[in-house]
Design a protein around this ligand. Structure first.
Ligand SMILES: NC(=O)c1ccc[n+]([C@@H]2O[C@H](COP(=O)([O-])OP(=O)(O)OC[C@H]3O[C@@H](n4cnc5c(N)ncnc54)[C@H](O)[C@@H]3O)[C@@H](O)[C@H]2O)c1
Length: 259
């Protein structure tokens, strides 16, 4: 008996990275998974790899009509939906001064509006059955600031706050909504130049665990939040960051790395 046995889940941005890891872990735990992404080729390949318990659907999270199509396909092919992981996301590395309005809106369109549309439209299905879970993938950049990430931080802080409103509005109707806040994770987004692990790890020398995270390490937390094991978690935020948010080391003082 898997931890998500026969539950039907949608994972947005499921074609690669953390979304793909989440789809793999969910299927391994008995779920039926819809991989929803704008990237067709890797999404279809992953669905084939995962077999009859998975399907791929081309889906743009920022497009309301695309959500309606996705829900229709998933209900027809996999059954009533139990779990939504709002994982799709885009990153923009630019200072505020360099960011155009269109760029800012694009980041919010995917990261925030996508999460809102999914929560509203899939959430409506979940509350009619008075069961289910939504996991919103925010970021450590939804809990702190980062230079060059004005649009991204704005979107991820907003997802964090939005998650708590959703937890209040849906909780008393049987649906839990929580957020996950990854730190640096070894994906196309977190490691855009596909540097070797040892090189990437050097960037995280000031994170207590002193390494980049693996997509599966986030996927396992989403699995927990999606499963009945997290039955009393609602509106919670879990940082999966190797301790990045704990604080800042005073280098050279007791307890710092190398001392
Ligand atoms: N990698 C990191 O270090 C890190 C850290 C914190 C948070 N996150 C968040 O984790 C989530 C997954 O990121 P990842 O690291 O796997 O990145 P990734 O770029 O590998 O994957 C993101 C996926 O989202 C998809 N996507 C983008 N726009 C979409 C849209 N409009 N509709 C549907 N799908 C869309 C992409 O095609 C891609 O498959 C994102 O929300 C990201 O912001 C990542």
């Amino acid at each position: 008996m898997g931890r998500l046995q026969d539950k039907v889940a949608i994972v947005t941005g499921g074609a690669r990275g953390m979304g793909a890891a989440t789809a793999r872990v969910f299927v391994a735990e008995g779920a039926k998974v819809a991989i929803a992404d704008v990237l067709d080729e890797p999404g279809e390949r992953l669905a084939r790899e995962l077999g009859t318990r998975a399907l791929f659907q081309h889906h743009d999270v920022s497009d309301e009509a695309s959500w309606s199509r996705l829900i229709e396909v998933v209900e027809a092919r996999l059954g009533p939906i139990d779990v939504l992981v709002n994982n799709a996301g885009v990153l923009l590395f630019k200072t505020i001064a360099e960011t155009s309005r269109a760029e800012f809106e694009r980041v919010l369109g995917v990261n925030l509006i996508g999460c809102f549309l999914g929560t509203r439209l899939v959430g409506a299905r979940l509350v009619t059955r008075r069961r289910g879970a939504i996991v919103n993938v925010s970021s450590v950049d939804g809990m702190k600031a980062a230079n060059g990430l004005g649009a991204y931080c704005a979107s991820k802080w907003a997802v964090r706050g939005f998650t708590k409103v959703a937890a209040m509005e849906f909780g008393h109707r049987g649906v839990r909504v929580n957020s996950v806040h990854p730190g640096g994770i070894d994906t196309a987004m977190g490691n855009p130049y596909a540097e070797p692990k040892a090189e990437v790890n050097k960037r995280y020398a000031m994170v207590p665990l002193q390494r980049v995270g693996e997509p599966e390490e986030v996927a396992r937390v989403s699995l927990f939040l999606a499963s009945d094991e997290a039955s009393y978690l609602n509106g919670a935020e879990i940082a999966v960051d190797g301790g990045m948010l704990c604080g800042q080391y005073y280098l050279g003082f007791p307890g710092a790395p190398g001392v």
